[in-house]
Design a protein around this ligand. Structure first.
Ligand code: HEC
Ligand code: HEC
Length: 246
C-alpha cells in the first residue's frame, strides 16, 4: 500500500470517528453518562417551557410577550382563551396568516399530546386573573355570520376609541402605527384584530379591555370596528378565512 492511500484511509477513519463521536454525544466521554442528559427525540419533549421556547417564542415572544405576534403570555389573553380553541389554532394554524399548523396530521411536527401541553401551559399563564370581574366580551365571536358587525358603525366607534393613538382613519398617529396598511391587513385575520382590541398589547403600550373598561367599548362596537378594518383589506385577500383555523 502506498503512503498516499494510507493517508487517505487515515482521514476517512478520523472523519468516521468524529461523526460517531458527535452522534453518541456525552456517552462517549469517560465516566458514567448522566441519564438526565439522555438525548430526547423532539416528539418526546413534554415540558411546556421547552416546547414554547422551541416552537413559538420566535413569533410570540419569550414567554409570550413582546413578540411580533399575539401576546399569548398576557394573563388576560390566557384566561380568556379556552383550551379547545387553543388546541384547534395550534394544531391547524390560521390560514392566510404566518401562524403555521403544528399538528402532525396537518404536516406540522407536534404530537397531539404536545399540542395539548402547549394549550394547558398557555392557560396556566392566566390562572391569576381567571374569573376576575367584570367579564370582557367573548374573545372569539360566536360566528362572523351571526355577528358580522357593521363597517359604517365601526368607523364611528374607531373615531371614538382608537383614533387618539392610531390616527384619523386608521392611518397611524404619534402613539401607534397604521392599522389600514394593506400589507398589514392582508396578513391578519379578523380574530387577531378582535384579540388585539380585547386583550390589547400592554407589552407595547396598547391598553386592553380590562385596563380600559372606563372607556367602555361594547361587544357590538368591537365587532363593528373589526368589520370596518376588515372591509379595507386589499381585494385579493377578501373572503379569506377570518381566524377559523382553516
Ligand atoms: C411564524 C410565526 C409564528 C409561529 C412560529 C407561531 N405563531 Fe401563533 N400566531 C402567529 C400569528 C401571526 C398569529 C395571528 C394570526 C391571525 O392573524 O389570526 C398567531 C396566532 C396564534 C394564536 C391565536 C391568537 C388569538 O387571536 O386567539 C394562538 C393560540 C397561537 N398563535 C399559538 C401559537 C403557539 C402555541 C405556537 C407554537 C407552537 C405558535 N403560535 C407559533 C404567528 C406564529
Ligand atoms: C392608548 C393608545 C391606543 C389606543 C387607544 C388603541 N391602540 Fe391599538 N395599539 C397601540 C400601540 C402602542 C400598539 C402597538 C404598536 C403599534 O402597532 O403601533 C397598538 C397595536 C394595535 C394593533 C396591532 C396588534 C398586534 O398584535 O400587533 C391593533 C390591531 C390595534 N392596535 C387596534 C386598535 C383598535 C381597533 C383600537 C380601538 C378599539 C385601538 N387599537 C386603540 C395603541 C393604542
Amino acid at each position: 500500500m502506498n503512503r498516499r492511500l494510507l493517508f487517505r484511509m487515515f482521514r476517512v477513519l478520523m472523519f468516521a470517528a468524529l461523526v460517531l463521536g458527535m452522534a453518541s454525544g456525552c456517552d462517549s466521554l469517560p465516566g458514567r453518562p448522566d441519564p438526565a442528559d439522555r438525548y430526547q427525540r423532539p416528539d418526546e419533549v413534554t415540558d411546556f417551557t421547552t416546547l414554547f421556547a422551541t416552537n413559538c417564542s420566535g413569533c410570540h415572544g419569550a414567554e409570550g410577550r413582546r413578540g411580533p405576534a399575539t401576546p399569548l403570555g398576557d394573563p388576560h389573553y390566557a384566561a380568556l382563551a379556552q383550551p379547545a380553541y387553543l388546541e384547534r389554532i395550534i394544531g391547524d394554524g390560521v390560514g392566510g396568516t404566518p401562524m403555521p399548523p403544528f399538528a402532525q396530521a396537518r404536516g406540522g411536527n407536534l404530537t397531539e399530546e404536545q399540542v395539548s401541553v402547549l394549550a394547558q401551559g398557555i392557560r396556566a399563564w392566566g390562572a391569576d386573573v381567571a374569573g376576575s370581574t367584570p367579564t370582557p366580551p367573548p374573545l372569539v365571536a360566536a360566528s362572523p355570520d351571526q355577528n358580522p358587525g357593521s363597517p359604517a358603525r365601526g368607523e364611528v366607534a374607531y373615531a371614538a376609541f382608537c383614533a387618539d393613538c392610531h390616527g384619523p382613519g386608521g392611518a397611524g398617529g404619534e402613539k401607534a402605527g397604521s392599522l389600514v396598511d394593506p400589507a398589514y391587513l392582508g396578513l391578519v385575520s379578523d380574530q387577531a384584530l378582535r384579540t388585539a382590541v380585547i386583550v390589547g398589547r400592554e407589552d407595547l403600550g396598547m391598553p386592553g379591555w380590562q385596563a380600559d373598561q372606563g372607556r367602555g367599548i361594547s361587544a357590538g362596537e368591537i365587532s363593528d370596528v373589526v368589520a370596518w378594518l376588515g372591509s379595507q383589506r386589499p381585494s385579493s385577500a377578501q373572503g379569506r378565512p377570518s381566524g377559523d383555523g382553516r
